[in-house]
Design a protein around this ligand. Structure first.
Ligand SMILES: NC(=O)c1ccc[n+]([C@@H]2O[C@H](COP(=O)([O-])OP(=O)(O)OC[C@H]3O[C@@H](n4cnc5c(N)ncnc54)[C@H](OP(=O)(O)O)[C@@H]3O)[C@@H](O)[C@H]2O)c1
Length: 262
């Protein structure tokens, strides 16, 4: 009943580049099929941070929960991904920009035939993203929405240079989102939330891996959990694959699904 799964302790005295590369080895994506008979199914990894008592934000943002180790993992997971998929609200609240190439991982990405940096894809039904939001004008940024999104907003974002893609009719359909990822060659998908989007992923049974940083703080207050969704909750089993701790008391857990996904 009680298996002993040891946590690996990272120390801040370690060489930064070596630590980043070591972390990358702890978070491998599954191998990409060499000659797929059809488009490969993307692997969906989600990375979130929470307080010990489950708060997903402090003062309205996740930044106050993070520490240097969490930032290192955030950096490494981006360096491994083909695309960063994020809810539009999170992207705007947290001031997301187009991910930039990371010198530490340039060679590794080239070996994996990946672009120098992951693309950015925002999920939004309302398309209420400000037209001066900088990543919109980047060709690699995709806005994943649905056919019923307001025409005026669609036009406004397209005029601002955005690539707007429909994934579903009256709502953004998670299966269709992953199909679009596959069509674009984004098989290593990293989602950075937020909680509504993660809730939709869980409801669609689309999460292959959930990386959770536990910040060594309790928060109480009224902050949300890392996932929520209006549909009746269902338990989806996952198992811990990797557990890492650091000198600051953060715990980094990588959970993978125990069943085959959608
Ligand atoms: N602790 C962490 O790790 C972490 C990570 C990320 C974010 N956060 C925090 O979470 C907060 C934002 O979270 P949130 O839950 O409000 O927003 P969210 O999950 O980032 O965004 C939901 C967004 O996705 C869009 N959406 C469209 N279709 C959807 C679908 N089928 N399912 C789910 N979302 C869909 C919504 O678009 P429209 O409204 O445009 O229709 C909305 O903009 C911020 O305070 C942020 O700082 C924390």
């Amino acid at each position: 009943m009680f298996g002993l799964q040891k946590a690996t302790q990272l120390t801040s005295a370690d060489d930064e580049t070596a630590t980043l590369r070591w972390l990358a080895e702890q978070y491998p994506y599954p191998d990409r099929p060499a000659s797929p008979p059809c488009l490969p199914r993307p692997y969906l990894r989600v990375n979130m941070v929470s307080s010990i008592d489950g708060a997903v934000t402090h003062n309205g943002r996740s930044g106050d929960l993070a520490g240097p180790g969490d930032k290192a993992i955030f950096r490494v997971l981006r360096a491994l991904a083909d695309v960063v998929l994020v809810g539009a609200r999170t992207a705007v609240v947290e001031g997301y920009r187009q991910p930039s190439p990371d010198d530490v991982f340039t060679a590794a990405r080239a070996d994996r035939e990946q672009t120098p940096a992951p693309a950015l894809a925002l999920v939004s039904r309302s398309l209420s993203i400000p037209t001066d939001y900088p990543p919109l004008s980047c060709r690699e940024t995709a806005i994943l929405t649905c056919c019923d999104a307001p025409d005026s907003r669609r036009r406004a974002l397209s005029d601002a240079g955005a690539t707007v893609i429909d994934c579903g009719d009256d709502t953004v359909d998670i299966s269709a989102v992953l199909d679009v990822c596959a069509e674009r060659g984004w098989v290593r998908v990293l989602s950075e939330g937020g909680p509504s989007l993660l809730g939709s992923f869980i409801a669609a049974d689309a999460v292959d891996e959930l990386c959770v940083t536990t910040s060594p703080n309790v928060a109480a207050g009224t902050a949300e959990r890392i996932a929520h969704h209006p549909a009746t909750a269902q338990l989806r089993a996952m198992r811990p694959t990797t557990i890492i701790t650091d000198d600051d008391g953060f715990v980094y857990t990588r959970w993978t699904r125990t069943t085959v996904g959608r």
